[in-house]
Design a protein around this ligand. Structure first.
Ligand code: NAD
Ligand code: 6OD
Length: 503
């Protein structure tokens, strides 16, 4: 995603204005200037939030060197129990600094404060506790080997850290997604260089300070700011000192990162885009299903990788679901994040709004009928400079249309009728993506049957985005490579070494 930013060389003759907040890189426990700065704008009203210091090659080199040195220092010699204790202390410190993190997240994203509290920051603390538990309970294979010739041996595996891990994350749930990767990376004993999104630099910088406050040695986690191509992201993924890359973001960025690490054959873990389907059967509890669809379509202004953008509805209830969901969309309250009545914030940026608007135009060209939204809302003075968009619902499209095939990543969905269970499964699976699906039905046998046939990494029945952090999370096809969550995360963030001792 390109960003609406300006870049200024930062020199002695052109110092940053004093009044503007400066967000620096965080390397080896210190705030470090970048090669230039870019503006981070508030998506609520377009005001300037901060000047962010972009890392060049030199700063990325420093960050990787700091991470390598920390791996060879006391952190690298800690026991699993000691690391788990630090992880729990980090969770406690996040809870102490809860309001500061909420403010950072809300400022960068414009999301409702209630959402930042209940989802983003709450999950940041939960991620550290969950992976302290996971690593404490983790075991590995051991075998008593008995060969036909009478020799006996004990084979057992020990876990070693992957090494210096590059953690590259997007802007939609910035702190949640960063800590979802950082916690297991630290649990496994790695050191890390984080590249947050250029759209959401604040919470990562604050978290880096919080980690030190909680007792994590300097250099274990470093933060470099910047963009992808020809900036911190590319410098990091092509760096010879990186032992693996864990990435969440667009599928096309995943391809670029695969190319970047290919010459040095580094492992990757990818959580990528989606074009997720919901299937609503006529026997579903309609009120629950419609409320669930509204949540899965419009939460975080549709900017969650798991959001539903295709809704297949059994023909007998099609009109009822369409009317019910259109009513829910119209009831959403767009407004300032601090207003407790606000349900829906702006999109992340003007650039992202331009992309979403292009799909609103495309849907019209493809013959869609609008049931809700379809444009830019008028929210009055003060909010005109923001990246607002109306929650939108279409009928009249089918799987042949680009609007139904390409990820929009906004508050939009197309309602499409079906007649049989087989047809519903075929329509849902007719996509290059494969992240998540939801089945709405009162018939639990059908729920299990359909959920298992969805070609996705995560299949919900009668709910959406209900998480157990021990469960595998990830996608198939264009939606990703690998699984994170519980012991699946440890499998990426650690290297088992087998020891064979002849007895
Ligand atoms: P993006 O791919 O544009 O950017 C993600 C991160 O990658 C940012 O930090 C960006 O600076 C960096 N980046 C961009 N180009 C790079 C390059 N060439 N090399 C290295 N780093 C690079 O994604 P976004 O717009 O920030 O986020 C939205 C996308 O993320 C959507 O496609 C969404 O579905 C996806 N997403 C997926 C999941 C999941 O769990 N599957 C979760 C959240 C978001
Ligand atoms: O909840 C999570 O653990 C997770 N990885 C969510 C991803 C959401 C995508 O935007």
């Amino acid at each position: 995603m390109t960003s609406q930013t300006t870049s200024l060389p930062l020199t002695a003759s052109n110092p940053a204005p004093q009044a503007t907040r400066q967000l620096r890189n965080f390397i080896g426990g210190e705030h470090v200037d970048g090669v230039r700065t870019f503006d981070k704008l508030n998506p609520v009203d377009g005001s300037l939030i901060a000047e962010v210091h972009e890392s060049g090659r030199h700063e990325v080199d420093r960050a990787v060197a700091a991470a390598r040195a920390a791996l060879d220092g006391p952190w690298g010699r800690m026991t699993t129990g000691e690391r788990a204790t630090i992880l729990r202390r980090i969770a406690d410190t996040i809870e102490r600094r809860f309001d500061d993190l909420v403010a950072a997240e809300v400022g960068d994203t414009g999301k409702p404060e209630t959402l930042a509290r209940d989802l983003d920051v709450a999950r940041a603390a939960a991620n550290f506790r969950a992976f302290a538990d996971v690593v404490s309970a983790a075991g590995l294979d051991s075998f008593l080997t008995e060969l036909p010739d009478g020799r006996r041996a004990l084979n057992y595996a020990v876990r070693k850290p992957l090494g210096v891990v590059a953690v590259i994350v997007p802007w939609n749930l910035p702190l949640l997604l960063l800590t979802w990767k950082l916690a297991p990376a630290l649990a496994g004993g790695n050191t890390v260089v984080v590249k947050p999104s250029e759209e959401t630099p604040s919470s990562a910088t604050l978290l880096a300070e919080i980690l030190l406050e909680a007792g994590l040695p300097a250099g274990v986690v470093n933060v470099v700011h910047g963009f992808g191509e020809d900036s911190a992201g590319e410098f990091l993924t092509t760096h010879p000192g990186i032992d693996g890359v864990t990435f969440t973001g667009e599928s096309s960025t995943g391809s670029a990162i695969m190319r970047a690490v290919a010459p040095r054959v580094r492992p990757v873990s990818f959580e990528l885009g989606g074009k997720n389907a919901a299937v609503v059967f006529a026997d579903a509890d309609l009120d629950t299903a419609i409320a669930g669809l509204a949540r899965s379509t419009y939460l975080n202004t549709g900017q969650v990788c798991l959001c539903t953008e295709r809704i297949y509805v059994e023909r007998a209830i099609f009109d009822d679901v369409a009317a019910g969901l259109a009513e829910q969309a119209a009831r959403l309250r767009l407004g300032r994040p601090e207003d407790p009545a606000t349900t829906t914030g702006p999109l992340i940026s003007q650039a992202h709004r331009a992309k979403v608007l292009s799909y609103l135009d495309l849907a019209q060209q493809e013959g869609a009928t609008l049931l809700a939204g379809g444009g830019i809302p008028s929210l009055g003075p003060g909010l005109d400079g923001g990246s607002w968009i109306e929650p939108t619902l279409w009928t009249g499209l089918d799987n042949s249309h680009r609007t139904v095939r390409e990820e929009v990543f906004g508050p939009v969905a197309a309602l499409i009728p079906f007649d049989t269970e087989e047809e519903a499964i075929a329509l849902a699976n007719d996509t290059d993506y494969g992240l998540a699906a939801v089945t709405w039905t009162r018939d639990l046998s059908r729920g299990h049957r359909v959920a298992q046939r969805m070609r996705v990494g995560m299949s919900w029945v009668n709910t959406w985005y209900l998480r157990d952090l021990r469960s595998p999370f990830g996608g198939v096809g264009l939606s990703g490579i690998g699984r994170e969550g519980g012991h699946h995360s440890l499998e990426f963030y650690t290297e088992p070494t087998n020891v064979c001792v002849q007895l």
